[in-house]
Design a protein around this ligand. Structure first.
Ligand code: NAD
Ligand code: DAU
Length: 339
């Protein structure tokens, strides 16, 4: 079987490729990635020469390139990770989010219709449900929670989800969607909360916490997300949405304090900065459906996962130091300079 993984040079896509090559050595994996600022070929270095792996640099919005690849590879399963993924960047510049996240998904699904696949899987996010109040711990997102987005990023992901369901109903394209909570782990781009705080703390730089740091996210170790997607593409029911999350809610400030403790850095590095516009208060996933239907449960406890993650960033300094020494500096200044 051939599995086409789009966005595989990014954080979750690369972890998914590593997992697939190990868990399913009989399958061929083709990665299509545009290599935007968030895609990094060095991440895939260890598998570039793997006999069951092929990397292709292309844009999912480029229909000719996508069709060409489908003609060559005839993928059985397509897993779409390719996206603009950072909320703050979407607030600055929504256009590219609509282009990649919605139009790109449409281009991929049209190729799937033209060439035929057994599954198109859309990697979506819990952010499509909007947010939950901080004082109602009893409320969780289920698959039937209405879509109610806050940012251009989450709106573009919700738009893509609606399109996926439309392709399922109208064209009977065999689709599934997963909506996962916040991931953490190796190879996450240092614009996101956990790697940004680790990198800044290691460089004794201020740790910029938005607002009062009370916003809550539901953290899941990336490998657990990859295992959930693997189950869905092989055993999940077409036309279904599956929520993925680890019942691991934490306030941002508690994560930042934990990172300070683990790295032996003073909490005086913590700096409260202006809040994100439209900042979602709380995300919390009810994973009962994927647990009940597919037997999935998170395997990595947060206490272990965060230690493994910090260890990984300590052991792979050259990977993130190269990133933060380039264009990232301009981004950082723009985003945090006058905050
Ligand atoms: P990421 O930003 O680390 O990686 C995105 C990858 O997509 C990069 O390699 C980039 O080069 C590639 N890409 C971007 N535009 C492209 C295009 N037009 N054509 C081809 N490739 C393109 O993102 P991530 O955190 O790994 O997220 C992957 C997916 O998972 C996204 O769809 C995101 O919405 C979803 N998701 C992320 C999280 C999370 O916590 N990070 C949680 C739930 C869902
Ligand atoms: O919930 C899933 C989503 O999780 C994914 O769909 C997104 O692709 C992914 O980026 C992530 O979105 P968040 O906005 O939750 O993640 P981020 O790491 O940007 O921020 C996490 C929280 O930390 C959020 O409340 C904002 C806050 N934050 C973030 C940064 C970068 C800070 O306080 N300071 C920061 O510098």
């Amino acid at each position: 079987m051939t599995v086409l993984v789009t966005g595989g040079a990014g954080f979750i896509g690369s972890n998914f490729i590593f997992h697939q090559l190990e868990a399913h050595p009989e399958d061929r994996i083709v990665c299509l990635d545009k290599l935007t600022y968030a895609g990094n070929l060095s991440t895939l270095q260890s598998v570039m020469d793997h006999p069951s792996f092929r990397f292709v640099k292309a844009d999912i919005c480029d229909r000719e390139a996508v069709d060409r690849l489908f003609e060559e590879e005839h993928p059985d399963i397509v897993v779409n990770f390719a996206a603009e993924s950072h909320v703050d960047r979407s607030i600055e510049n929504p256009g590219i989010f609509l282009e990649t996240n919605i139009m790109g998904t449409a281009a991929l699904m049209d190729a799937c219709r033209k060439f035929g696949v057994t599954r198109f899987h859309q990697v979506s996010t819990d952010e499509v449900y909007g947010d939950l109040p901080l004082d109602r711990p009893d409320l969780l997102f289920t698959e039937t929670t209405p879509l109610h987005t806050s940012s251009p990023y989450s709106s573009s992901k919700a738009g893509a989800d609606l399109l996926v369901m439309a392709y399922y109903r109208t064209y009977h394209l065999p689709c599934t969607i997963s909506r996962c909570s916040n991931n953490y782990g190796p190879y996450q781009f240092p614009e996101k909360l956990i790697p940004l705080m680790i990198a800044n703390a290691l460089n004794d730089k201020p740790l910029p916490v938005y607002g009062e740091g009370k916003n809550v996210r539901d953290w899941l170790y990336v490998e657990d997300h990859c295992k959930a997607i693997d189950l869905i593409i092989r055993k999940g029911r077409v036309g279904e949405v599956y929520n993925i999350g680890g019942h691991n809610e934490m306030a941002n400030i508690d994560i930042v304090r934990l990172i300070c403790r683990e790295l032996g850095k003073p909490e005086s590095l913590i700096t409260y900065v202006g809040d994100r516009k439209g900042h979602d208060l709380r995300y919390a996933i009810d994973p009962a459906k994927i647990h009940g239907e597919l037997g999935w449960l998170p395997e990595t406890m947060f206490a272990d996962g965060i230690r493994k993650t910090i260890r990984w960033y300590l052991d792979h300094k050259s990977w993130w130091e190269e990133i933060i020494s380039g264009e990232y500096q301009t981004y950082y200044e723009r985003m945090y300079g006058n905050r």
